[in-house]
Structures are given as structure tokens and as C-alpha cells.
Design a protein around this ligand. Structure first.
Ligand code: SF4
Length: 222
């Protein structure tokens, strides 16, 4: 039986990626191996962060009790939890669930990518302004399927240039869904759109962080 460090679990709307705007049951795990300059969940990564230890069964029961079919495993970095594959495998067996795993791009996905068709990945590419670009596991971008998503959080034009380079290098816009999102307060959404127009970024979408518009940007558990 796996024992997972869960810092919070709640039902809200999915703020990002393909199911943005739909209800989702979130399981947020403790700990992250990165330290991005713009991290807004640093509190969940600190050693003193309080968490509960839950088994696969307890997590599954919580998800089922919510009656919400979209499940988002997030963090921190969820794939660093010991035995996380057991939990993902268990959830994949329930075909009534859509399981999305938000991962920071630093963990090798080869062991996880084909667990089940109802399990998809939203993978960050950490751009230069994050300070974490050298931690990216680049072979992941070859493995991703058309049901997966790559997300770039951009802070400035240098980040946009790098995102454009990576999208083209791995043909991401032809293979799967690609989102550009502003690092909150660092770059205007209109500047991202202007860049997309100027660089003819067809099949790439801008993503607004819905949570920050609906609730106070600092609010947790939403
Ligand atoms: S990967 Fe995500 S959780 Fe980890 S430091 Fe970066 S923004 Fe924060």
C-alpha cells in the first residue's frame, strides 16, 4: 500500500489546460524538486508544510465521494511521491474518471506515460525566467501523445522566444495542445497575444489563470 503526503484536497474548477472551467477534484501532494522564481505553491513545498498521509484507497474514496469525474494530481511535483505509479494505475482502472497529472517537466515520464488512456499529462516547460530551465527532462517532449498538454509560463519576451523555439523544435503545436500563460503580474496577456500574432503561432493557445480572476490571487484551496 502506498502512503502519500497530501497537503490539500478539494473540489474546484480546473483553471488550466484542456478541461479549464470544468469541475475537478484536486489532490495536491507535498514537496517539489524545483524552486521557480514565480512559484505560488511554495508553502506546499516547505519541509514544515503540514500534510496528511493517505493511502491509494483513501484518495480514491475521497475522489468518488466528490462525484466529480475530473481528477487533477498536482503539487509540488506529484510524480515524486513514492509509489505514485500505484495510485495512478488504480485511478486509471476507473474509466469514469479523467485523470490529469500536472508535472513540472523535470521528471522522466517514460514510466508513466502509458498507464491508461484516461490518464493525461500537463507538462510544464520551465522557461529561463523560472531559473529552472536546466532541470527540464527534454526527452519527455518526444514521448507526449495528442491527449497531453504542454504549458509555458512566460515572464518576458526572452521566455516567449524560448517557448517558440521549443514548440518548433519538438513540433509541439502539430502534435498536442500547447498553452502560453502569463506569469502573474510579469507580462501582459495582450503582449503574449501580440507575440503570437507576430510569430504566426497557429494552434497555440493563450491561457488565462481563471482562479486568479474568480478568487483573490493569494487564496489557497480553490
Ligand atoms: S515546479 Fe511548480 S511547485 Fe515546483 S517550484 Fe516550480 S512552480 Fe513551484
Amino acid at each position: 500500500m502506498g502512503r502519500y503526503k497530501v497537503v490539500e484536497k478539494f473540489v474546484s474548477i480546473n483553471g488550466e489546460a484542456r478541461r479549464a472551467g470544468e469541475l475537478a477534484c484536486f489532490i495536491r501532494f507535498a514537496g517539489c524538486n524545483l524552486n521557480c522564481t514565480y512559484c505560488d505553491t511554495r508553502w506546499a513545498n516547505e519541509k514544515k508544510a503540514s500534510y496528511e498521509i493517505l493511502s491509494e484507497e483513501e484518495i480514491y474514496e475521497y475522489i468518488k465521494s466528490s462525484s466529480v469525474k475530473n481528477v487533477t494530481l498536482t503539487g509540488g511535483e506529484p510524480l515524486l511521491q513514492e509509489n505514485i505509479k500505484r495510485l495512478i494505475t488504480m485511478l486509471s482502472k476507473d474509466k469514469g474518471l479523467n485523470v490529469e497529472i500536472e508535472t513540472n517537466g523535470s521528471v522522466d515520464l517514460s514510466d508513466f506515460i502509458n498507464v491508461g488512456e484516461n490518464v493525461t499529462f500537463t507538462v510544464d516547460y520551465k522557461l529561463p525566467a523560472s531559473g529552472m530551465e536546466d532541470k527540464m527532462h527534454l526527452s519527455n517532449y518526444e514521448l507526449l501523445r495528442d491527449t497531453d498538454t504542454v504549458k509555458f509560463v512566460v515572464s518576458d519576451e526572452n521566455d516567449l522566444n524560448k517557448a517558440n523555439e521549443i514548440i518548433r523544435k519538438y513540433n509541439l503545436d502539430k502534435r498536442l495542445q500547447v498553452y502560453l500563460g502569463a506569469s502573474f503580474g510579469k507580462i501582459k496577456n495582450e503582449d503574449i497575444v501580440k507575440y503570437m500574432i507576430d510569430h504566426k503561432m497557429n494552434s497555440v493557445r493563450i491561457q488565462l489563470q481563471m482562479h486568479k480572476y474568480i478568487w483573490n490571487p493569494e487564496k489557497k484551496g480553490v
